[in-house]
Design a protein around this ligand. Structure first.
Ligand code: GDP
Ligand code: IMO
Ligand code: MG
Length: 427
């Protein structure tokens, strides 16, 4: 049976958490395949709002087995804090499984993330400061420390020592910071080992067996297509592969088992951190989108940069992810506008282009070409079917669908679980 991938189609914060939660009653397993606690996924159930960072959004559905896959980087202290926070609110995490192959975020990763950003000055990426880049860097450099290392104190001791021998030199001699005491780190991480042991498993085996038994597995991406280290706006990206290809590597599932790729697409665009953003509005209109859409970071509390919908990016997301269905979120936020501009192409150095340009330099020069769509004045947060939407809202959705080149199968008209219009089944 199917493995279904859910992926952010823009720069993150598209509403992936809500979409995953909504699919909770149709799926048996939800697997996070990349990223770490740089993610912030808000799920609203009734009058309760949950902010998830490392735990898959499926954790809020009772029948779902939530899995943290091998492609995720785990800050164990943050994970335990999140589990305890949910337990205190009556949410059980006892079915949670964590890959033994996932890499750990260590104290030196967080220290290096902060200090390298400071050194970059104006050229900084605007990371979340959670140690994500340095942790993935060490993974690729084959210097990482994995979840399984927590259960062999001798190995843990050796690996921490090996890592800090180098990183403390960098911290003290390059960045003029204090070194991190080895013994303290080993002690801290051995204490985490005891807490995490019950959850640790060979998750690739578990997921593949589940698929053999016709279970439905949702592979949940964090961040978004344009933050992908290969396909995003490099270097202003995260250090993993949120795009659908990353779902296989980050979970241990072969591509032949994936039957659908659901792209989560916001009805306008937002971005947190630095980097190019052609449709950004640095005026009152941008402020209006931020206030109306509550566009403030779930993880860092930063203001999200806001702008109009960019169809070039939507089309690109369809292409690099092989999107089969889109979930268009936050359509309700656009209610009340006279007209709604949509970016249909770019002008780059006097030439019109319809695709993301090949080089980053060109992308930095891209100015949007807009087409105006008539707005609607009605509040649509109570709509339950597509036909309930005002004609102009329907036309806006249909126009976006045509431009991005894949069907819009669900539409969000509010943050609540049920404020969703279904056009065709997503799973
Ligand atoms: P994620 O990182 O992709 O999971 O998205 P975030 O949770 O960071 O940001 C999306 C925000 O939009 C959250 O506060 C959601 O509760 C909210 N949201 C999701 N879908 C809708 C929608 O259709 N309408 C409105 N008004 N809010 C939504
Ligand atoms: P969700 O899953 C939006 C951004 C950061 C920064 C860049 C690199 O909630 O959509 P990192 O800490 O990953 O090294 O930062 O990526 N970023 C996100 N932006 N939503 C996210 O996650 C993000 N996770 C990272 O702001 O620009
Ligand atoms: Mg988010």
């Amino acid at each position: 049976m199917p493995a279904v991938v859910l992926v952010g189609a823009q720069w993150g914060d598209e509403g992936k958490g809500k979409a995953t939660d909504l699919l909770g009653d149709k799926v048996d397993y939800v697997v996070r395949y990349q990223g770490g606690n740089n993610a912030g996924h808000t799920v609203v159930i009734g009058d309760q709002s949950y902010a998830l960072h490392l735990l898959p959004s499926g954790v809020l559905s009772e029948k779902v087995v939530p899995i943290i896959g091998n492609g995720v980087v785990i800050d164990p202290g943050a994970l335990i804090g999140e589990i305890e926070g949910l337990q205190a609110r009556g949410v059980s995490c006892e079915k949670l499984l964590i890959s033994a192959n996932a890499h750990l975020i260590m104290p030196h990763h967080k220290a290096l993330d902060r200090v390298t950003e400071r050194y970059l000055g104006k050229a900084r990426i605007g990371t979340t400061g959670r140690g994500i880049g340095p942790a993935y860097g060490d993974k690729i450099a084959r210097m990482g420390i994995r979840v399984q290392d927590l259960f062999d104190p001798g190995i843990l001791q050796k690996k921490v020592e090996g890592a800090l021998n180098e990183k403390n030199q960098v911290l003290t001699k390059v960045y003029n910071r204090r070194g991190i005491p080895q013994e303290q780190v080993v002690e801290e991480y051995l204490a985490y080992a005891e807490r995490l042991r019950p959850y640790v498993a060979d998750t690739s085996l578990v997921i593949n067996k589940a698929l053999d038994q016709d279970k439905v597995v949702l592979l949940e991406g964090a961040q978004g297509t344009l933050l992908d280290v290969d396909h995003g706006t490099y270097p202003f990206v995260t250090s993993s592969a949120p795009t659908s290809g990353g779902a296989c590597a980050g979970s241990g599932v072969g591509p032949t088992r994936i039957t659908k790729v659901i792209g989560i697409l916001k009805a306008y665009t937002t971005r947190v951190g630095s980097g190019p953003f052609p449709t950004e509005l640095e005026d009152e209109m941008g402020d209006w989108l931020r206030t109306t859409g509550h566009e403030y970071g779930v993880t860092t509390g930063r203001n999200r940069r806001c702008g109009w919908f960019d169809a070039v990016i939507g089309r690109y997301a369809t292409r690099v992810n092989g999107v089969t269905d889109f979930f268009l979120t936050k359509l309700d936020v656009l209610s009340g506008l006279e007209t709604i501009p949509v970016c249909v192409g770019y002008e780059i150095d006097g030439v019109r282009v319809d695709e993301i340009p090949m080089t980053q330099t060109e992308f930095h020069h891209a100015t949007p070409i807009y087409e105006e769509f008539p707005g609607w004045q009605q509040d649509i947060t109570g709509a339950t079917t597509f036909e309930d939407l005002p004609a102009n809202a329907q036309a806006y959705v249909r126009a976006l669908e045509k431009m991005v080149g894949a069907p819009i199968s669900a539409i969000g008209v509010g943050p609540g679980r049920h404020q969703t219009l279904s056009l065709r089944p997503l799973i």
